[in-house]
Write a protein that binds this ligand. Structure first.
Ligand code: HBI
Ligand code: FE
Length: 290
């Protein structure tokens, strides 16, 4: 059976790759089981995210007609998305090289995994599958300000590679696009796709007493390491998408040089300048290391 599970995980690894690493989604090849898995993931997340996801995300999910009607056809989804912010969603088989990824973002193309997670990994998988990418990332690309931020991030990516500071820029992406929280009139809300596409982390990030919650600061985030295989120990909170976008219009050159002289910050560490919204107990983290 293991063989079936393996091949089931990502059958797109055999797909022909274009020079820009995109592939043919071949929407007709999805099986009834795979469409049903999308529907169960979608239903489960929607139930958890009402009252937890930011309003912009919930509104965009409706506007883009994302629903429990099976796995979306990226070409049709792109027609709807392009009319709103000019972004398209392009199918890829797996993580693409950083420079290719940044070039897509700089041209308002979001590379989305075409495979859907296997039954055995419904709750968590490390590689971005179509549910993480399309359900988690795509809706906010319909928000004009966030759409501008994502393109600015892509344009900054090549420069970060040239300056040897990709690590710092990847942290900005990680603590916002993947695991960011945002202030709202009704309290903290989720906008990061890594949280959005995980029902357990959606609750943990907002309600657990374990993690720290700290006001976003660009330099601080760029110095902070992160965990790729577990919940985050610190979540950063932005005031608005506009405030995040405004940060991106600064010249990162001087920031990179200052950061080069400063020490990295561990995922669970707090520093003196932090504007702490809630200091965590780190109980989840400490229990895991016992
Ligand atoms: N490729 N398909 C895909 N999706 C990603 O999210 C992605 C990637 N390549 C590189 C990457 N992310 C990150 O390392 C960049 O933030 C640097
Ligand atoms: Fe992601």
């Amino acid at each position: 059976m293991a063989v079936v599970a393996e091949t089931e995980t990502n059958r797109y690894l055999n797909a022909k790759r274009n020079p820009d690493y995109t592939i043919d989604q071949d929407w007709r090849s999805y099986t009834r089981e795979e469409h049903d898995r999308w529907d169960r993931l979608f239903r489960r997340s929607q139930a958890i995210l009402s009252g937890r996801a930011c309003d912009e995300f919930l509104a965009a999910t409706t506007a883009l007609q994302l629903s429990e009607a099976g796995i979306p056809d990226m070409a049709k989804l792109s027609e709807r998305l392009e009319k709103i912010t000019g972004w398209r969603v392009v199918p890829v088989a797996e993580l693409v090289p950083d420079d290719v990824f940044f070039n897509h973002l700089a041209n308002r193309r979001f590379p989305a995994g075409a495979f859907i997670r296997p039954e055995a990994q419904m709750d968590y998988l490390q590689e971005p599958d179509i549910f993480h990418d399309v359900f988690g990332h795509v809706p906010l690309l319909a928000n004009p300000v966030f759409a501008d931020f994502m393109q600015a991030y892509g344009k900054g990516g090549q420069r970060a590679i040239d300056l040897g500071c990709l690590k710092n820029l990847a942290r900005l992406y990680w603590y916002t696009v993947e695991f960011g929280l945002i202030r709202s009139a009704d309290g903290l809300r989720i906008f990061g796709a890594g949280i959005m596409s995980s029902t357990t982390e959606s609750v943990f990030a907002l309600e657990s007493s374990s993690p720290h919650r700290v006001t976003f600061d660009l330099e601080r985030v760029m110095r902070t390491n992160y965990l790729i295989d577990d919940f985050q120990q610190t979540y950063f909170v932005i005031d608005s998408f506009q405030s995040l976008l405004d940060q991106c219009y600064r010249d990162f050159g001087p920031i990179y040089s200052w950061i080069g002289t400063a020490s990295d910050i561990a995922p669970h560490e707090l520093i003196e300048d932090d504007r702490i919204l809630s200091r965590g107990t780190l109980a989840y983290f400490n229990d895991k290391t016992h």
